[in-house]
Design a protein around this ligand. Structure first.
Ligand SMILES: [Zn+2]
Ligand SMILES: [Zn+2]
Ligand SMILES: [Zn+2]
Length: 383
């Protein structure tokens, strides 16, 4: 059964509608009044999902307004699910664990000490967002973030397996787990703050082909505009010089000069129009969250920088078969190499720890997000 057909069948059944499967690939529906209103259906109707429709059926697809209608019917329900993955973790031997840690957790200016490797339960939060990017064209996409709530590390590779698991589970069991205790999860505020940071590099990455296409179109338009106005400018200048050679009166030459200036002004206005046309806005909407508890291999880790130390832990996930790695605490990207700051032992990427262009001293962008901690030079406005 297609995702949409299953979703609609479940939602209709839960709302008290009578449904009967019909061929080919459709449903016959008797809907109570509130369902009729939310889904814009009469009391008796037929819907179809495949390329061939049953007799008298209307087509239902995600691209049509059905996604919004279903969202209206479900309201706030179905925003959060919670389940427990009980599979035993693939027991990464200590040596393998250490080797992967040395490879995956590289510190440029600090060292770390690993504690014993043990089995633990990590809590993962998978968040789904709909992004709508609009410039001269519009594009809609889904973005997933997967966060290990027990140490704040990123586990985006788990998004696919978690969604598959969710689909495969019996939905009654899931309904029961929906109400499971959520005592040690992050607060809504924590989730909001962290995902706001993490979404920016993720959206940039996901939109990069769209952005590149837009930049190509904009460069082509700018080039055309430049060529056209250069031609106009050349002609006007030639005319002015010609009149100069013929010794025509100042008044006429002044008119030519004004014409040249008008061409220049028009060019700049058109460039500004193009920049407005291609400016991109991105709207992000939270859709759903999934919490999953699952066994992992865990080792405490002590990060050592000069006289300071910071405690956290590394989780090795048996499904992704890798470590959940910490994002840079300055720009929220996933660095290959980390730098550790002196004051708070933040884990940041090398660009978030690089020397200030003004005073030349290293300054942590997580400690000082707006300006240099040493000379107060603003990062946003290089001088
Ligand atoms: Zn960074
Ligand atoms: Zn500085
Ligand atoms: Zn710092």
């Amino acid at each position: 059964m297609s995702d949409l057909k299953e979703l609609l069948s479940r939602a209709l059944a839960a709302e008290g509608a009578l449904i009967e499967p019909i061929e080919p690939d459709g449903l016959e529906i008797m809907a109570p009044p509130h369902v009729q209103k939310a889904l814009a259906l009469p009391e008796w109707s037929r819907v179809g999902f495949g390329s061939e429709l049953p007799d008298q059926a209307v087509r239902v697809s995600f691209e049509s307004e059905w996604a919004e209608r279903l969202e209206g019917l479900l309201g706030e329900r179905g925003r959060l699910a919670h389940f427990l993955l009980q599979e035993r973790p693939y027991p990464a031997p200590r040596q393998e664990f250490e080797k992967s840690a040395q490879r995956g957790f590289v510190l440029q200016n600090a060292t770390f000490r690993l504690g014993p490797v043990e089995e633990a339960t990590a809590r993962y939060l998978l968040l789904a967002f709909r992004i709508t990017a609009a410039s001269d064209e519009k594009r809609e996409d889904l973005v997933y973030l997967c966060i290990n709530e027990s140490n704040g590390a990123i586990a985006n590779a788990l998004a696919g397996p978690l969604l598959l698991h969710l689909r495969a589970q019996d939905h009654l069991e899931r309904a029961r787990l929906n109400n499971a205790a959520q005592a040690d999860g992050w607060s809504a505020q924590q989730i909001f703050t962290r995902s706001a940071g993490l979404l920016i590099p993720e959206i940039r990455f996901q939109l990069s082909p769209f952005l590149a296409g837009m930049e190509r179109r904009m460069a082509r338009d700018l080039e055309r505009l430049h060529a056209y106005h250069s031609e106009l400018r050349k002609e006007a200048a030639a005319r002015r010089d010609e009149r100069g050679r013929k010794g025509e009166i100042d008044e006429t030459r002044k008119v030519d000069q004004m014409r040249l200036e008008a061409i220049e002004r028009e060019y700049h206005t058109k460039v500004a129009d193009l920049r407005r046309k291609y400016a991109m806005s991105v709207e992000v909407r939270f859709l759903q969250a999934l919490r999953a508890d699952m066994p992992v291999r865990r080792a405490a880790v002590t990060v050592l920088r000069r006289k300071g130390s910071r405690q956290t832990h590394l989780d090795w996930n048996p499904i992704a078969r890798r470590f959940d790695l910490f994002p840079c605490e300055g720009c929220w990207t996933s660095p290959r190499v980390y730098c550790v700051c002196d004051d708070k032992l933040h884990l940041v990427c090398p660009s978030c720890f690089c020397a200030c262009p003004y005073c030349g001293k290293e300054s942590c962008r997580a400690c000082h997000p707006a300006k240099c901690g040493k000379c107060a030079h603003s990062w946003g406005a290089p001088e």
